[in-house]
Design a protein around this ligand. Structure first.
Ligand code: MRU
Length: 337
Protein backbone atom coordinates (compact mmCIF):
# COMPACT_ATOMS: atom_id res chain seq x y z
CA UNK A 1 0.00 0.00 0.00
CA UNK A 2 1.29 3.49 -0.76
CA UNK A 3 1.98 5.71 2.25
CA UNK A 4 -1.00 7.86 3.24
CA UNK A 5 1.15 10.51 4.89
CA UNK A 6 4.90 10.93 5.21
CA UNK A 7 7.60 13.48 5.87
CA UNK A 8 9.73 14.11 2.81
CA UNK A 9 12.19 16.64 4.17
CA UNK A 10 10.61 20.07 4.02
CA UNK A 11 7.13 18.89 3.08
CA UNK A 12 4.30 16.67 4.28
CA UNK A 13 3.47 14.30 1.44
CA UNK A 14 -0.07 12.96 1.39
CA UNK A 15 -2.20 10.98 -0.98
CA UNK A 16 -4.93 13.35 -2.17
CA UNK A 17 -7.83 11.10 -1.21
CA UNK A 18 -10.35 13.25 -3.04
CA UNK A 19 -8.78 12.05 -6.31
CA UNK A 20 -9.28 8.32 -5.53
CA UNK A 21 -10.17 5.89 -6.97
CA UNK A 22 -9.63 7.53 -10.35
CA UNK A 23 -6.12 8.75 -9.69
CA UNK A 24 -3.40 7.98 -7.14
CA UNK A 25 -2.10 11.48 -6.70
CA UNK A 26 0.46 12.69 -4.18
CA UNK A 27 0.52 16.25 -2.93
CA UNK A 28 3.38 17.92 -1.08
CA UNK A 29 2.10 20.32 1.57
CA UNK A 30 4.66 22.99 2.32
CA UNK A 31 3.00 25.20 4.93
CA UNK A 32 0.75 24.70 7.97
CA UNK A 33 -1.97 26.57 6.06
CA UNK A 34 -1.80 23.98 3.27
CA UNK A 35 -1.88 21.18 5.83
CA UNK A 36 -4.95 22.74 7.48
CA UNK A 37 -6.68 23.10 4.13
CA UNK A 38 -5.91 19.47 3.22
CA UNK A 39 -7.45 18.27 6.49
CA UNK A 40 -10.51 20.54 6.18
CA UNK A 41 -11.23 19.42 2.62
CA UNK A 42 -10.62 15.72 3.40
CA UNK A 43 -7.67 15.37 1.07
CA UNK A 44 -6.32 13.59 4.09
CA UNK A 45 -8.91 12.14 6.46
CA UNK A 46 -9.53 9.40 9.01
CA UNK A 47 -8.94 10.05 12.70
CA UNK A 48 -5.37 8.71 13.15
CA UNK A 49 -4.17 10.08 9.80
CA UNK A 50 -5.46 13.54 10.67
CA UNK A 51 -3.50 13.47 13.95
CA UNK A 52 -0.28 12.40 12.26
CA UNK A 53 -0.64 14.95 9.45
CA UNK A 54 -1.36 17.80 11.87
CA UNK A 55 1.68 16.90 14.00
CA UNK A 56 3.86 17.00 10.89
CA UNK A 57 2.24 20.34 10.04
CA UNK A 58 3.51 21.77 13.33
CA UNK A 59 7.03 20.50 12.58
CA UNK A 60 6.71 22.16 9.19
CA UNK A 61 5.68 25.50 10.71
CA UNK A 62 8.75 25.51 12.97
CA UNK A 63 11.01 24.80 10.04
CA UNK A 64 10.27 27.58 7.62
CA UNK A 65 10.66 30.63 9.83
CA UNK A 66 13.23 32.84 11.47
CA UNK A 67 15.04 31.28 14.45
CA UNK A 68 13.43 33.77 16.84
CA UNK A 69 9.92 32.88 15.64
CA UNK A 70 10.05 29.07 16.01
CA UNK A 71 7.92 28.80 19.16
CA UNK A 72 5.36 31.36 18.05
CA UNK A 73 4.99 29.74 14.65
CA UNK A 74 4.61 26.28 16.16
CA UNK A 75 1.98 27.52 18.62
CA UNK A 76 0.09 29.34 15.88
CA UNK A 77 0.11 26.13 13.80
CA UNK A 78 -1.20 24.12 16.76
CA UNK A 79 -4.09 26.60 17.06
CA UNK A 80 -4.82 26.67 13.33
CA UNK A 81 -4.69 22.90 12.89
CA UNK A 82 -6.72 22.29 16.05
CA UNK A 83 -9.63 24.16 14.49
CA UNK A 84 -9.84 22.11 11.30
CA UNK A 85 -12.08 19.24 12.40
CA UNK A 86 -13.81 18.81 15.76
CA UNK A 87 -14.85 15.17 16.16
CA UNK A 88 -11.71 13.04 15.84
CA UNK A 89 -9.93 13.34 19.17
CA UNK A 90 -6.70 12.05 17.60
CA UNK A 91 -6.24 15.56 16.23
CA UNK A 92 -6.20 17.33 19.61
CA UNK A 93 -4.31 14.39 21.14
CA UNK A 94 -1.49 14.70 18.58
CA UNK A 95 -1.40 18.49 18.84
CA UNK A 96 -1.24 18.27 22.62
CA UNK A 97 1.81 16.01 22.26
CA UNK A 98 3.38 18.62 20.00
CA UNK A 99 2.59 21.37 22.50
CA UNK A 100 4.26 19.36 25.28
CA UNK A 101 7.31 18.72 23.11
CA UNK A 102 7.52 22.46 22.51
CA UNK A 103 7.27 23.13 26.25
CA UNK A 104 10.10 20.68 26.92
CA UNK A 105 12.30 22.58 24.48
CA UNK A 106 12.09 25.90 26.32
CA UNK A 107 15.60 27.38 26.55
CA UNK A 108 16.95 25.31 23.67
CA UNK A 109 18.27 26.81 20.44
CA UNK A 110 16.00 27.03 17.38
CA UNK A 111 17.73 24.09 15.69
CA UNK A 112 17.12 21.72 18.55
CA UNK A 113 13.49 22.89 18.97
CA UNK A 114 12.90 22.11 15.30
CA UNK A 115 14.52 18.71 15.70
CA UNK A 116 12.51 17.90 18.80
CA UNK A 117 9.23 18.81 17.09
CA UNK A 118 10.04 16.77 14.01
CA UNK A 119 11.10 13.81 16.13
CA UNK A 120 7.83 13.96 18.09
CA UNK A 121 5.73 14.09 14.91
CA UNK A 122 7.65 11.17 13.39
CA UNK A 123 7.24 9.24 16.65
CA UNK A 124 3.48 9.78 16.51
CA UNK A 125 3.49 8.39 12.96
CA UNK A 126 5.64 5.39 13.87
CA UNK A 127 3.57 4.68 16.94
CA UNK A 128 0.38 4.78 14.89
CA UNK A 129 1.81 2.19 12.55
CA UNK A 130 2.57 -0.15 15.46
CA UNK A 131 -0.86 0.45 17.02
CA UNK A 132 -2.54 -0.56 13.76
CA UNK A 133 -0.61 -3.83 13.67
CA UNK A 134 -1.58 -4.65 17.26
CA UNK A 135 -5.24 -3.83 16.62
CA UNK A 136 -5.15 -6.21 13.66
CA UNK A 137 -3.59 -9.03 15.64
CA UNK A 138 -5.98 -8.56 18.58
CA UNK A 139 -9.10 -8.27 16.47
CA UNK A 140 -8.56 -11.01 13.93
CA UNK A 141 -9.53 -13.71 16.40
CA UNK A 142 -13.09 -12.36 16.25
CA UNK A 143 -13.28 -13.35 12.58
CA UNK A 144 -13.82 -16.89 11.35
CA UNK A 145 -12.69 -18.40 8.10
CA UNK A 146 -15.37 -17.63 5.50
CA UNK A 147 -16.82 -14.61 7.32
CA UNK A 148 -18.32 -11.59 5.60
CA UNK A 149 -17.54 -8.30 7.34
CA UNK A 150 -19.61 -5.20 6.73
CA UNK A 151 -17.71 -1.93 7.16
CA UNK A 152 -18.56 1.74 6.88
CA UNK A 153 -16.54 4.73 5.70
CA UNK A 154 -12.81 4.00 5.49
CA UNK A 155 -10.94 2.76 8.52
CA UNK A 156 -8.05 1.34 6.57
CA UNK A 157 -4.52 2.28 5.61
CA UNK A 158 -5.81 5.50 4.06
CA UNK A 159 -7.15 6.57 7.45
CA UNK A 160 -3.92 5.96 9.40
CA UNK A 161 -0.15 5.97 9.09
CA UNK A 162 -0.23 2.17 9.15
CA UNK A 163 -2.55 -0.58 7.98
CA UNK A 164 -5.73 0.86 9.47
CA UNK A 165 -7.98 0.05 12.40
CA UNK A 166 -11.09 -1.89 11.33
CA UNK A 167 -9.42 -2.98 8.09
CA UNK A 168 -6.21 -3.92 9.94
CA UNK A 169 -8.34 -6.63 11.56
CA UNK A 170 -9.39 -7.90 8.14
CA UNK A 171 -5.80 -7.74 6.85
CA UNK A 172 -4.49 -9.71 9.84
CA UNK A 173 -7.19 -12.36 9.40
CA UNK A 174 -6.39 -12.71 5.69
CA UNK A 175 -2.67 -12.87 6.46
CA UNK A 176 -3.46 -15.69 8.88
CA UNK A 177 -5.07 -17.68 6.06
CA UNK A 178 -8.75 -16.90 6.68
CA UNK A 179 -11.00 -16.22 3.71
CA UNK A 180 -12.77 -12.98 4.46
CA UNK A 181 -15.19 -11.06 2.25
CA UNK A 182 -15.99 -7.43 2.84
CA UNK A 183 -19.16 -5.51 2.19
CA UNK A 184 -18.33 -1.81 2.02
CA UNK A 185 -21.06 0.74 2.57
CA UNK A 186 -20.85 3.44 -0.05
CA UNK A 187 -20.92 6.03 2.80
CA UNK A 188 -22.85 9.06 1.66
CA UNK A 189 -22.25 11.87 1.08
CA UNK A 190 -18.51 11.70 0.36
CA UNK A 191 -18.32 8.02 -0.53
CA UNK A 192 -15.29 7.04 1.54
CA UNK A 193 -16.52 3.43 1.50
CA UNK A 194 -16.98 3.19 -2.26
CA UNK A 195 -13.98 5.30 -3.24
CA UNK A 196 -11.42 4.46 -0.56
CA UNK A 197 -12.25 1.21 1.24
CA UNK A 198 -13.06 -0.59 -2.00
CA UNK A 199 -9.89 0.80 -3.61
CA UNK A 200 -7.74 -0.40 -0.73
CA UNK A 201 -9.29 -3.85 -0.66
CA UNK A 202 -9.07 -4.33 -4.41
CA UNK A 203 -5.39 -3.30 -4.25
CA UNK A 204 -4.84 -6.04 -1.66
CA UNK A 205 -6.77 -8.66 -3.57
CA UNK A 206 -9.53 -8.96 -0.98
CA UNK A 207 -13.06 -9.58 -2.25
CA UNK A 208 -15.19 -6.50 -1.73
CA UNK A 209 -18.77 -5.69 -2.61
CA UNK A 210 -19.98 -2.09 -2.48
CA UNK A 211 -23.57 -1.45 -1.44
CA UNK A 212 -25.51 1.76 -0.98
CA UNK A 213 -25.86 2.64 2.70
CA UNK A 214 -29.56 1.88 2.78
CA UNK A 215 -28.95 -1.75 1.66
CA UNK A 216 -27.02 -2.68 4.82
CA UNK A 217 -29.97 -3.72 7.01
CA UNK A 218 -31.37 -5.81 4.17
CA UNK A 219 -28.03 -7.66 3.82
CA UNK A 220 -28.19 -8.43 7.54
CA UNK A 221 -31.79 -9.58 7.28
CA UNK A 222 -30.72 -12.07 4.60
CA UNK A 223 -28.01 -13.48 6.87
CA UNK A 224 -25.22 -12.25 4.62
CA UNK A 225 -23.26 -10.36 7.29
CA UNK A 226 -21.30 -12.07 10.07
CA UNK A 227 -20.24 -8.88 11.80
CA UNK A 228 -20.07 -5.14 11.40
CA UNK A 229 -16.59 -3.72 11.94
CA UNK A 230 -15.96 0.03 12.01
CA UNK A 231 -13.37 2.50 13.25
CA UNK A 232 -14.00 5.42 15.58
CA UNK A 233 -13.25 9.11 15.73
CA UNK A 234 -13.77 9.40 19.45
CA UNK A 235 -14.82 6.93 22.13
CA UNK A 236 -16.11 8.34 25.42
CA UNK A 237 -15.22 6.84 28.81
CA UNK A 238 -18.41 4.75 28.86
CA UNK A 239 -17.75 3.19 25.42
CA UNK A 240 -20.12 5.38 23.37
CA UNK A 241 -18.36 5.62 20.02
CA UNK A 242 -18.52 8.43 17.46
CA UNK A 243 -17.90 7.40 13.88
CA UNK A 244 -18.95 8.38 10.36
CA UNK A 245 -22.61 9.29 10.00
CA UNK A 246 -24.57 6.11 9.38
CA UNK A 247 -22.71 4.07 12.00
CA UNK A 248 -25.58 4.49 14.44
CA UNK A 249 -28.13 3.17 11.92
CA UNK A 250 -25.84 0.21 11.23
CA UNK A 251 -25.55 -0.55 14.94
CA UNK A 252 -29.33 -0.42 15.38
CA UNK A 253 -29.78 -2.75 12.41
CA UNK A 254 -27.05 -5.08 13.69
CA UNK A 255 -28.74 -5.22 17.12
CA UNK A 256 -32.08 -6.07 15.49
CA UNK A 257 -30.53 -8.93 13.50
CA UNK A 258 -28.21 -10.33 16.18
CA UNK A 259 -25.09 -9.34 14.21
CA UNK A 260 -22.07 -8.36 16.37
CA UNK A 261 -21.03 -4.71 16.03
CA UNK A 262 -17.32 -4.16 16.66
CA UNK A 263 -15.41 -0.89 17.00
CA UNK A 264 -11.64 -0.93 16.36
CA UNK A 265 -9.50 2.03 17.42
CA UNK A 266 -6.19 2.94 19.06
CA UNK A 267 -5.95 4.56 22.51
CA UNK A 268 -5.48 7.91 20.76
CA UNK A 269 -9.17 7.77 19.77
CA UNK A 270 -10.35 7.22 23.34
CA UNK A 271 -11.32 10.32 25.26
CA UNK A 272 -11.61 9.44 28.93
CA UNK A 273 -12.31 13.08 29.77
CA UNK A 274 -15.80 12.68 28.30
CA UNK A 275 -18.34 10.86 30.44
CA UNK A 276 -20.45 9.71 27.51
CA UNK A 277 -21.22 10.25 23.85
CA UNK A 278 -23.51 13.24 24.43
CA UNK A 279 -20.36 15.31 25.10
CA UNK A 280 -18.69 14.42 21.77
CA UNK A 281 -18.68 17.38 19.35
CA UNK A 282 -20.27 16.41 16.05
CA UNK A 283 -18.88 18.07 12.95
CA UNK A 284 -21.46 19.72 10.71
CA UNK A 285 -20.18 19.98 7.17
CA UNK A 286 -21.19 22.19 4.27
CA UNK A 287 -24.46 21.93 2.37
CA UNK A 288 -22.64 21.63 -0.95
CA UNK A 289 -21.56 18.07 -0.07
CA UNK A 290 -25.21 17.02 -0.24
CA UNK A 291 -26.69 19.45 -2.71
CA UNK A 292 -25.27 17.83 -5.80
CA UNK A 293 -23.93 14.56 -7.06
CA UNK A 294 -21.01 14.47 -9.47
CA UNK A 295 -21.38 18.08 -10.44
CA UNK A 296 -25.14 17.99 -10.97
CA UNK A 297 -27.56 19.63 -8.55
CA UNK A 298 -29.78 16.99 -6.91
CA UNK A 299 -31.51 19.02 -4.18
CA UNK A 300 -33.81 21.84 -5.25
CA UNK A 301 -32.90 25.38 -4.25
CA UNK A 302 -35.06 26.34 -1.29
CA UNK A 303 -34.83 22.94 0.45
CA UNK A 304 -32.90 23.03 3.69
CA UNK A 305 -29.91 20.72 4.00
CA UNK A 306 -28.33 19.34 7.14
CA UNK A 307 -25.06 17.47 6.95
CA UNK A 308 -23.81 15.99 10.23
CA UNK A 309 -20.57 14.13 9.45
CA UNK A 310 -20.63 11.79 12.46
CA UNK A 311 -23.01 10.09 14.84
CA UNK A 312 -22.58 8.26 18.13
CA UNK A 313 -23.19 4.57 18.67
CA UNK A 314 -24.39 4.02 22.24
CA UNK A 315 -22.29 1.57 24.23
CA UNK A 316 -25.16 -0.92 24.59
CA UNK A 317 -24.98 -1.53 20.81
CA UNK A 318 -21.21 -2.09 20.77
CA UNK A 319 -20.40 -5.81 21.09
CA UNK A 320 -16.66 -5.23 21.65
CA UNK A 321 -14.00 -2.54 21.38
CA UNK A 322 -10.77 -3.70 19.78
CA UNK A 323 -7.64 -1.73 20.67
CA UNK A 324 -3.89 -2.33 20.65
CA UNK A 325 -4.25 -3.66 24.19
CA UNK A 326 -6.85 -6.32 23.45
CA UNK A 327 -10.55 -6.85 22.99
CA UNK A 328 -12.91 -5.39 25.57
CA UNK A 329 -16.48 -6.66 25.86
CA UNK A 330 -19.19 -4.74 27.72
CA UNK A 331 -19.65 -3.29 30.26
CA UNK A 332 -17.18 -0.53 29.31
CA UNK A 333 -17.91 2.04 31.99
CA UNK A 334 -14.84 2.25 34.25
CA UNK A 335 -13.18 -0.72 32.50
CA UNK A 336 -12.18 1.18 29.38
CA UNK A 337 -9.86 3.39 31.44
O1 MRU B 1 -14.80 12.24 7.61
P1 MRU B 1 -13.73 11.17 7.64
O2 MRU B 1 -13.54 10.49 6.34
O3 MRU B 1 -12.44 11.68 8.24
O4 MRU B 1 -14.32 10.11 8.65
C1 MRU B 1 -13.52 9.01 8.99
C2 MRU B 1 -14.23 7.99 9.79
O5 MRU B 1 -15.33 8.17 10.23
C3 MRU B 1 -13.45 6.76 10.11
O6 MRU B 1 -14.30 5.67 10.21
C4 MRU B 1 -12.75 6.99 11.46
O7 MRU B 1 -11.95 8.13 11.41
C5 MRU B 1 -11.94 5.84 11.87
S1 MRU B 1 -10.47 5.79 10.92
C6 MRU B 1 -9.40 4.62 11.38
Amino acid sequence: MPRTVEWVGGAVRIIDQTALPVELKYVDLVSPEEVAEAIRTLKVRGAPAIGVTAALGVALAARDCADTAVSDKALAAIRLLGETRPTAVNLSWALERMRRALELSVGEGAGSVRQRLLREALDIAEEDKRLCERIGVNGERLLKDGDTVLTHCNAGALATAGSGTALAVVYAAVRGGKRIRVIADETRPLLQGARLTAWELVARGIEVTVICDSAAAWMMKQGRVNCVLVGADRVAANGDAANKIGSYSLAVAAGEHGVPFYVACPYSSIDLSLRDGTCIPIELRGEEELASFFGRRTVPQGARIENPAFDVVPNRLVSAIITEKGVLAPPYDGRLA
